[in-house]
Every structure is written in structure tokens, then in C-alpha cells.
Design a protein around this ligand. Structure first.
Ligand SMILES: Nc1ncnc2c1ncn2[C@@H]1O[C@H](COP(=O)(O)OP(=O)(O)OP(=O)(O)O)[C@@H](O)[C@H]1O
Length: 621
């Protein structure tokens, strides 16, 4: 049966391609079939999944489209919310038909899309996949509905796609919004509305993107249903025009670069020009009435709220916390001295050190020593959260910006930290797309919450930390090099506990805090001094806390020290295998509870999660 329908389909395609007119398919579809056969040499009967990109390739494509994606996401989320139960998936694709954002429908429908690889990273260019919504809309740069057997390849016949191409602020093709249904029981007309919905959503994305790009200019939204937009400066010289306005006025890039006078295109009387963000009557260049339009004034960044408390003057001993942490270790003492020389300059600081070496504690001490001490200290661990959550947590979002968003929106941590210090731990684990956004915040000193039309000005001191070799990552492209140089206004290395020259003092001090009523026997001292402490200070604290609890007669002996075997031979393979075994054992001993296993290993929860991921350990094992 399937074979019969496949061969019928092939016959239809061949016939349509041979004689475009007079077949039972829409002319645009027949023209596309012809392109697929003649130009792209495709076989309508071929089966197989679409080409799928790797995560790195997707990031590479998505990075330059970051701004557009950010503007599009609230609209896509809205579409996905409305269509959730109707079997439609929602996508944003780049101009080459690679899906960059995907929102799946609910229930069993989602499985269909996953099985057929209709998700982020899949490519539906007409040149590979034949006639299909995304590929054909992008090839023709026009909205299209491709229903069931209108697809060139027979294997896509259970799907229907409604797609609208998306144009950027300069009228260039920037991608497409796609909604695809797997409801093969519905006829073509049942999906017509879907095309109208997609086209409208696309239009809203284009408008938001244009307004955002030209936020420093006036924007005239022109009469008519074409949604034409012109951006102009205070002297009424045109600085930008959307695709519709370019077509309506025959505007070229050269005319815009020359700063064509607005009055050559549309006339505003002075009263209209003052009625900012209201509907106004506009006239054509020749003075004849045109219709009602709208003028939006330039957006100035909101200034940060003045701090409620004036900056506290720091006493002379403001660096005492840092001195205490540095102890008698020359590397750390040097680091603190360098910090003192820059004093309260808001230089970004990058802390580098192994897990548990005290990066968070050190960052807090820097904040406490700065003239921002009385203000907020806000910390985020970039390794402990999925990308989408870091995005919302860090940059904030407007009310209703996406499904699951809080009704009142969220300020985001950067805005919360304004006036104070933002600490980004494990910055090396920050996804590339967010690195781009963070860089922009540091450069422009303003944040765009998700779905916002206005930026919020911010004033933060940034301290970041990592255990990774960021310089090498910047070299091999896994971390943005421009961001790396912005983060390391000053880089301070926190030595591992085993490297500290004052190791003995540190052990004594922590023993005093964790097991205050105990003495340490000579054999236990020798062990503590010799042990390499891969979990550094954190591990030392846990070991001594436990030892204090098990010690008899106030004496900590070798038997009280829970020091897991650790190969110091340096062979990477041994180390990895040993680490793996230790983690798997700890998880088993704690019935899979990651927090408890982390405590047992002397690691932070985030670090343990990272290691579990890196070593490919299944959490249910
Ligand atoms: N100089 C120090 N003296 C005493 N205790 C310290 C010192 N530095 C860190 N600690 C303790 O070690 C533990 C881990 O510190 P912290 O969280 O700052 O490490 P980290 O380097 O940020 O770790 P991770 O990379 O895993 O997030 C904390 O309990 C902290 O109190």
C-alpha cells in the first residue's frame, strides 16, 4: 500500500514538473517540484532523516543571530503555548533552513517530531529535502503552506507546514518562522489559519527587532496593513527602513546612507511629531492625506536606581578579610597586594583555582573590601544550571515573556547586582550564546531582559571564577576571546591546598574551627600534610569535621581520617578511572543522592554534577 502511494506520488511529481499548468497541485508547489527534479536532482522516493548539525555547528550559526533569536523567543513561546495541544511544533530557522529554536507540542505528538528529527539542528533546505514549508518559503522568500502530499519527498506526507520568512531591520532575509503539524487527518483548509498565525507572529518579531535596532532613533510606523517602518533622527533624516518601507518608497541602502530627508517620503506636522507613541494622521510627500500611523520616540536607557544607602567609607583595615585568607602563602599575598594597588577601581577580576580552593570565599572578601561592600553581592554558578535557566536568571525577563515565566517578570541577577558585585562562578561553563550576551552587557553597561523593548542601565563589578584553562579555551574557540580579555582586568590564581606554602597553618586553623576540642596525633598530622586533597579546603573541612565527631578522648588519629585513596602519580588515565570509581561508589553509598555524595567526596554539588556529566556516569546506576 505504502509502495503504491509512493509510486503514485513519484508519477504526480514527474507529471507536475513536466507540465506546470493543468495539474492538480498548486502552481507554486509544481514549480518547486520542478526545481527539485531539474535543478537539485532530487529523488521524491528517497527516504531518510534530514541533515542534522552538531551542537558546535548550531552555536556557530546561532551566534550572529543572537539578537534576533532573543527578540523572537517570546513570540515563539506564545505560539507554542497556544498550539501546545493541537499537534504543532514551532521553530525558528536561519536563512539556510536550519532549525535553531524548537518548541514541541504536548503529549504523543512530541514523539512524532523527535522520531522524524524535526528539531533544533535539522536542516530542511529545499536543495536537500525537496519541497517543504521551511525550504520552499526561504527559497521563494514568501509565506507558504505545504500540506501533506505537496511535500516533494513522500516520507514527509503526514506533515503540514505553515512558514513565513523573516526579514531583518535592513530588509534582508534573516530566517523563517515555521509551525508544522503532524495531524495528517486534517485537510489543507484546516491549516490555512495556521499560516495567518505564523505570518502575524513573524511580523511582530520583525517589528520588535526593528524597534530594538533603531531604539536610539525616532520610528514612524506607516499607515496601511504592510507594517512599513522608517527610523529617522532628530533632524528628520532617514537612518533605517524595513523591507516593506523600502519596497513602498523604492529606498536603497545608498539613499539611507546619504540620509534622505523624511519629508521626501512622509510628511509630519509639528503637532504630529510631538504626539509621540500615539496614533497620528500622516500625509504623503506630496501633502495628500495618507492615513493613521504611529510615532515612537527614541528610547533612552533607564538609569540605575540610585542606591538607597550611600557607599560606605571603608576603614583602613578593609583588606583584613583578604589578608586572613591569604595567610602566609606568598602567591596569595602577592595577589592581595595587587588587589590593594587597584583599590576600589571597578576592574573585573578573574579568579582561577581548583574546586574547593576558595574562589567563592575570596570573591566575597573582595566585595567586602570594596566600596560596594554595603550593597548587593549576587552569585550564580554557571555550571549548575541548564542554559535556558541561566539566561532567564541572569538577564531577567518581562512579564509573560515565555511559558512558565512569572506573571510579574523577573529583574534578573545582573540588575539585582547593580550598584554592587556580581560573582559568576564556573564562567568557563557558560554557553557561548550567553557569553555573547554577557559581553554586550559589559560593553554597553545595559541589559536587555528577555522580551523587553527597553534596556536597563546597570553598574556592576564583575568577579568571575573558573577551574578551567580559559586562555586555552579562548585560543581553541570554546570560549569567546574578547570576553576572556574583558573578564581578566586582573587575574588571580588561588593555589591548591597541596601547593600552599602555609599548608600547616591552614590545616591547624580549619581543625580549630571544625574540631575545636580535639588534638591531632602525630600520625594523623603526617597523613594530613601528605594527602593531596583534590577537593581542597572544602574536603579538608569535611575530613576534619568527621574526624572531630569520631575521635575518642579528644585525639584525632589516623583511623579517624577518611581520606579516600588518591593517585598522585599524575597519570591522567589513572586519575580519571580513580575519580570515576570514587564517584560511582559515593553515589551508590548514598543511594544516588548527589548532594550527599558530593559531601562525602568533599566536592560542591555543582562540581560533582559537572564531573558526572564529563565522565558519562548514569545517575540511575
Ligand atoms: N582560606 C580559607 N580558609 C578556610 N576555609 C576556606 C578557605 N577558603 C575556602 N574555605 C572553605 O572551603 C569551602 C569551599 O570554598 P569555596 O566554595 O569558596 O570554593 P570554590 O573554589 O568556590 O569551590 P567550587 O569551585 O567547587 O565552587 C568553604 O567551606 C570555605 O569556607
Amino acid at each position: 500500500m505504502a509502495n503504491l502511494s509512493a509510486s503514485n506520488h513519484v508519477a504526480r511529481v514527474l507529471s507536475a514538473a513536466n507540465q506546470v499548468a493543468g495539474v492538480d497541485t498548486e502552481t507554486r508547489i509544481a514549480a518547486s517540484w520542478r526545481r527539485c527534479l531539474v535543478n537539485h536532482n532530487l529523488d521524491p522516493a528517497r527516504r531518510g532523516p534530514p541533515q542534522t548539525l552538531t551542537e558546535a555547528e548550531i552555536r556557530h550559526i546561532a551566534e550572529p543571530m543572537e539578537d534576533l533569536i532573543q527578540v523572537a523567543i517570546p513570540e515563539l513561546e506564545d505560539l507554542a503555548r497556544v498550539l501546545h495541544d493541537s499537534g504543532y511544533c514551532v521553530n525558528l530557522a536561519d536563512p539556510n533552513a536550519t532549525m535553531l529554536v524548537s518548541r514541541l507540542p504536548g503529549g504523543d505528538y512530541a514523539r512524532m517530531f523527535l522520531e522524524w528529527k524535526i528539531y533544533t539542528g535539522s536542516n530542511f533546505a529545499e536543495t536537500f529535502e525537496g519541497t517543504n514549508g521551511l525550504g520552499t518559503a526561504l527559497a521563494e522568500q514568501r509565506p507558504i503552506l505545504v500540506h501533506g502530499d505537496e511535500h516533494f519527498r513522500e516520507q514527509w506526507h503526514m506533515f503540514t507546514c505553515a512558514v513565513s520568512p523573516l526579514f531583518d531591520h535592513a530588509g534582508r532575509l534573516a530566517g523563517a518562522v515555521n509551525i508544522t503539524s503532524c495531524r495528517s487527518d486534517l485537510g489543507r483548509s484546516a491549516h490555512e489559519l495556521a499560516l495567518a498565525v505564523t505570518t502575524e507572529a513573524t511580523r511582530r518579531i520583525e517589528q520588535s527587532f526593528f524597534r530594538r535596532r533603531y531604539r536610539a532613533s525616532w520610528i514612524a510606523m506607516l499607515p496601511g496593513d504592510g507594517h512599513g517602518m522608517l527610523a529617522y533622527d532628530d533632524d528628520r533624516r532617514v537612518v533605517g527602513a524595513c523591507r516593506t518601507a523600502r519596497a513602498a518608497f523604492g529606498l536603497t541602502d545608498a539613499m539611507i546612507e546619504d540620509g534622505i530627508d523624511l519629508s521626501h517620503l512622509v510628511q509630519l506636522d509639528d503637532r504630529a511629531a510631538r504626539a509621540a507613541d500615539e496614533q497620528v494622521a500622516l500625509r504623503r510627500a506630496d501633502g495628500t492625506p495618507w492615513g493613521r500611523g504611529r510615532l515612537a520616540p527614541p528610547v533612552r536607557a533607564r538609569s540605575p536606581r540610585p542606591p538607597s544607602t550611600p557607599p560606605r567609607e571603608k576603614p583602613a583595615g578593609q583588606f583584613s578579610g583578604l589578608h586572613r585568607l591569604a595567610g602566609r602563602d606568598p602567591v596569595l599575598i602577592k595577589g592581595v597586594k595587587r588587589l590593594m594597588t587597584v583599590g576600589n577601581l571597578d576592574l573585573p577580576i578573574l579568579l582561577h583555582g581548583e574546586t574547593g580552593a576558595g574562589k567563592d570565599v575570596f570573591a566575597r572578601a573582595i566585595h567586602a573590601a570594596s566600596n560596594r561592600a554595603g550593597r548587593n553581592y549576587v552569585a550564580l554558578n554557571c555550571a549548575a544550571m541548564p542554559e535556558s535557566l541561566i539566561d532567564a536568571e541572569l538577564f531577567g525577563y518581562e512579564a509573560g515573556a515565555f511559558t512558565g515565566a512569572r506573571r510579574e517578570g523577573s529583574k534578573g541577577l545582573i540588575v539585582q547586582a547593580s550598584g554592587g558585585t556580581l560573582f559568576l562562578d564556573e564562567i568557563g561553563d557558560m554557553p557561548l550564546s550567553l557569553q555573547t550576551r554577557l559581553l554586550r552587557v559589559l560593553e554597553n553597561r545595559e541589559v536587555w531582559p528577555l522580551g523587553a523593548l527597553k534596556p536597563v542601565a546597570v553598574d556592576i563589578r564583575l568577579i568571575s571564577a573558573t577551574h578551567r584553562d580559559l586562555a586555552r579555551m579562548a585560543e581553541d574557540g570554546s570560549f569567546r576571546s574578547d570576553l576572556y580579555y574583558r573578564l581578566r582586568g586582573m587575574e588571580i590564581r588561588l593555589p591548591a591546598l597541596r601547593e600552599r606554602a602555609d599548608r600547616k597553618d591552614v590545616i591547624a586553623q580549619i581543625a580549630d574551627e571544625e574540631a575545636p576540642h580535639c588534638r591531632i596525633a602525630a600520625d594523623a598530622w603526617a597523613q594530613l600534610m601528605a594527602y593531596p586533597f583534590p577537593g581542597n579546603m572544602r574536603q579538608l573541612r569535611h575530613v576534619l569535621r568527621l574526624a572531630g565527631a569520631t575521635a575518642e578522648h579528644g585525639l584525632i588519629t589516623e583511623a579517624d581520617l577518611d581520606l579516600p585513596p588518591f593517585s598522585a602519580r599524575g597519570a591522567e588515565a589513572d586519575h580519571t578511572a580513580g575519580e570515576r570509581t570514587a564517584i560511582v561508589d559515593a553515589l551508590r553509598a548514598n543511594d544516588g543522592r548527589v548532594t550527599d555524595a558530593a559531601t562525602a567526596l568533599g566536592l560542591s554539588r555543582a562540581t560533582l554534577y559537572r564531573k558526572i556529566k564529563a565522565l558519562g556516569i548514569a545517575l540511575d546506576s
